[in-house]
Structures are given as C-alpha cells and as structure tokens.
Design a protein around this ligand. Structure first.
Ligand SMILES: [Ca+2]
Ligand SMILES: [Ca+2]
Ligand SMILES: [Ca+2]
Ligand SMILES: [Ca+2]
Length: 317
C-alpha cells in the first residue's frame, strides 16, 4: 500500500427530533469505492475531455511569468480544431503521452501533455520542486493555483508543503528544470527560461480519491497545468545519501529500488544492505560523511564506476 495514501473517516451526525434514541450520534466508517470501478469512470471522463477539447493557445513569452500558460477550450459544434487526444505520441511539441502507473492492484493510464521538456535536471519522485500550477476540474473550473516560482513543494509528502497527490510524483520526474538569471532590477527578482511545462490529467485514484479537498468533490478527476523551475534534492531517510542517488535502476523513481529486499525501498531504509550497520555509519570516516562519488567498495576501490559501494554490500561494513 502506498505510504502517502491517507484515509478518512466520515462522521455522520444523526439528528433526531425524537431524541430518546441511543443512536443519535453514530460514527460510521464509510468504505472507499472499488478502485477499478472508479478508475474506469474517471478514465472515460478524462478521455472524453481529451477528445472534446483543443489547445487554443500556448503563450510564448520568454522570461515572462505567463510563458507557457496554456488555454484549453471545448471544440465548438462543427469545429475542426485538432483535439488534445490527436496529439498522442506526436513527434513534435506539444505532445500527449501516457504513463502506466501500477497502484491499488490496477494499472492507471496517466495522460500528460508535454509543452516543453526543460533543459535542466529531472527531479526524482521524492525530491522538492519549485513549481507553479493551476488546478482545474474537467469543466475547466479552477480549484487552486500558485504563481510563486519560488514556492517549494515536497514530493515526499513532508513539511507544510508536502504533496499528497500521487500524480505529481508520477509526472514531475518526466520533466526538467530550466535556467534563471537576476532580472537586473537589483531587487532579487529572477527571470526564468526554458523550464519544463506541461499538463497532467489525473484520475481520482492518483489524486484525492474519496476525500473532498477544498473545491474538489470526492471521486473527481482533476487537471494540473504546471511549470517546473528548480528542484531541491531531499534525503528522506537522512542516511547521508540523497534520495535521487538511491535510484538503483535509474528510472527516475526511487520507490522501486530495494537493495536488501526487506520491503523498504532504499530511499526510506537507513540500512540499505540489511547488514545491521546503518548506511550513515558505513560511509562515515573520521566523523565525516564520504562524498557519494568517493564511497569505496569492500576492497577500498574508489574509481571503478561499476564497483558495488560498501553500504550496498552486505558482506562488507
Ligand atoms: Ca537517503
Ligand atoms: Ca528506480
Ligand atoms: Ca530495503
Ligand atoms: Ca548497512
């Protein structure tokens, strides 16, 4: 079960005009809907949107806050505008892509639009990201937005700006940050260019599912357009190895890498190789953490790029 998923208890207060009943106040745990059935409905709604809406405009304004803003509009009756769905796997940008996400015993098709990939680094799925976004329902009603490029969101779910939407963790690792420079105004204003920008179309199972959130009703698919400006590397388990460096298979996601097979992925396991010695202790020499690139294998080798670093080697500590 996904550790970031949370559940809720709906408290139902029954008010009776005939107040003698012992059942006046009952607390009832409402079971969540079947994930597969709900996903089928959500996917229908999302695909209908993708087939019936087109991209009316993508703002091209380098260095301006509105750069890469997108306006998606319903195709009018008789209209010949190409639908968003017609951009599926397009060789040019904007392109619509699909990512398969296995969760809750089903495989979600996660549609996302790439307006621009970005030129910088990719966040892993538990890093911090500096991003702006606009969230809408499938009728284009805006439920939330943030315009601050220096707003930090923690994909690992920690802190006051921890992200609880699984779709964000799935989509952001497919994009890159951009570049920024001082605006020259001397007031600390930054000008951003070439950042990653896109739109994600999330079934409720990859968003808030059975929980209503603000203006989002429960069991509702949602859409986020977003811009990824910068990132911050996290060390979720504080073992001295940044989370993104615990991505052993290099796919950009650290939740599927578990060196000792104990069910706790390396990014969330303080003893990665399960030898009983904490990773942090294995990479500390004379009270100082060894730089990641210089961590030796069991023989002391620090240069072979294919060496098995000692904190991942259970026969060595
Ligand atoms: Ca770590
Ligand atoms: Ca991985
Ligand atoms: Ca483990
Ligand atoms: Ca260890």
């Amino acid at each position: 079960m996904n550790k970031f998923r949370y559940y809720f208890i709906l408290i139902i207060t029954t008010l009776s005009l005939f107040s003698c009943s012992k059942d006046d106040n009952a607390i009832e745990e409402v079971p969540l809907r079947d994930y597969g059935e709900q996903y089928a409905k959500d996917n229908d709604s999302i695909e209908k949107y993708l087939n019936n809406y087109y991209i009316e405009e993508i703002t091209n304004a380098p260095g301006q806050p509105e750069d890469q803003d997108i306006k998606m509009t319903k195709i009018p009756v008789g209209g010949t505008q190409p639908s968003i769905m017609s951009l599926l796997n397009s060789p040019t940008f904007p392109k619509l892509l699909v990512r398969n996400v296995d969760l809750d015993d089903i495989t979600y098709k996660l549609y996302y639009l790439v307006l621009r990939e970005g030129v910088g680094e990719k966040p892993c799925n538990v890093d911090g990201i500096f991003a702006t976004y606009k969230g809408t329902l499938l009728d284009n009603t805006v439920f939330d937005q943030s315009f601050d490029p220096q707003g930090l969101w923690n994909l690992d779910g920690t802190g006051t700006r921890g992200v609880f939407v699984e779709g964000w963790r799935q989509v952001f690792p497919q994009f890159r940050t951009g570049t920024y420079t001082e605006s020259g105004l001397g007031d600390g204003t930054l000008t951003y260019n070439d950042f990653g920008a896109g739109v994600m179309f999330l079934p409720s199972g990859l968003a808030y599912y059975g929980s209503a959130s603000g203006a989002i009703p429960s069991y509702t698919p949602i859409v986020f357009s977003f811009k990824l400006y910068e990132l911050r590397r996290n060390d979720f388990d504080n073992d001295g190895i940044l989370s993104y460096l615990e991505d052993i298979d290099g796919d950009g996601y650290v939740t599927n890498d578990d060196t000792d097979g104990d069910g706790k992925p390396d990014f969330n396991d303080p003893d990665d190789d399960g030898d009983g010695f904490l990773t942090r202790r294995e990479i500390t020499v004379n009270g100082k953490l060894t730089a990641f690139d210089l961590i030796p294998d069991c023989s002391g080798n620090t240069t072979d790029p294919d060496r098995n670093k000692k904190y991942l080697d259970p026969s060595c500590h």
